[in-house]
Design a protein around this ligand. Structure first.
Ligand code: OAD
Length: 234
């Protein structure tokens, strides 16, 4: 078996659950009481901008009252200490990985702390609300900003970079995601196809659990710390 040099880590809402951010699916999930197509689609934004902007404004505001947990910190420690290639691909739109100190990471589903201009396509750092129709900092157009979130039916960010990393990966690790949303749900199969070992760390087995060589069940704050310690020899 080839040695582990290149690692790709996929994270989902489960890694931020112990920081106090709700996951999407299941009881108490963010999609409970909402149909995804009423919130997270370009059509929903066009039909009911108040509902969609209010939903994401509330989630952006909630970031101020949460902190990274032990799992985010462990991945940041791995990022800093790992000599080989490493890429953290998060589906999360919170900023907890970067606040923990992770650097080799990307947000494939966008970011709450960013606004996307429907006129010029510019992405601007954004901490405030969008409901009040502020002007785009890049082009000055009024009222054109939307949450910089990849809605269903839209292309996730940086897919080429992710595909290239998956092709080179020796180890693919999936943390805290239900495996319900493609293309992220298919990354395990891509990584396997190119010869990576695969590991799932999750509170419940995901939809694609059978694709992984190993699945460990438990909270991210325990499993991720143990796994990082085992890799770094800590
Ligand atoms: P989900 O809500 O679908 O799944 C969360 C997963 O985290 C579940 O498998 C839980 O068992 C697991 N989980 C919960 N608490 C955990 C803990 N403490 N430790 C470890 N695992 C835990 O969230 P995602 O899979 O991230 O897309 O959802 C994928 C995408 O669907 C999101 O990025 C979002 C959503 O619609 C967009 O908004 C574009």
């Amino acid at each position: 078996m080839r040695p582990i040099e290149n690692i790709v880590i996929l994270t989902g809402a489960g890694i931020s659950a112990e920081s106090g951010l709700a996951t999407f699916r299941g009881p108490d999930g963010l999609w409970e009481g909402h149909r995804v197509e009423d919130i997270c689609t370009p059509e929903a934004l066009a039909r009911d901008p108040v509902l969609v902007q209010t939903f994401y404004d509330a989630r952006r505001a909630a970031l101020a009252s949460v902190e990274p947990n032990a799992a985010h910190r462990a991945l940041a420690r791995l990022d800093a200490g790992w000599k080989g290639e490493l890429l953290i691909v998060t589906q999360n739109v919170d900023d907890l990985h970067e606040r923990a100190g992770a650097q080799r990471m990307l947000h494939m589903h966008g970011e709450l702390k960013s606004a996307l201009c429907r006129r010029c396509g510019g992405r601007s750092e954004w901490m405030d609300t969008l409901i009040d129709g502020p002007a785009c900092p890049a082009c000055g157009a009024p009222g054109g900003l939307r949450p910089d979130i990849v809605f269903f039916g839209e292309m996730p960010y940086q897919m080429e970079r992710i595909e290239a990393a998956l092709e080179d990966a020796d180890l693919f690790v999936s943390i805290g995601t239900s495996g319900a949303v493609y293309p992220a749900a298919g990354f395990v199969q891509t990584a396997r196809h190119y010869g990576a070992r695969t590991l799932e760390l999750n509170l419940d087995p995901s939809a694609g659990s059978h694709f992984f060589d190993k699945t460990r069940i438990g909270p991210a704050s325990r499993l991720v710390v143990q796994w990082v310690d085992s890799l770094l020899g800590g």
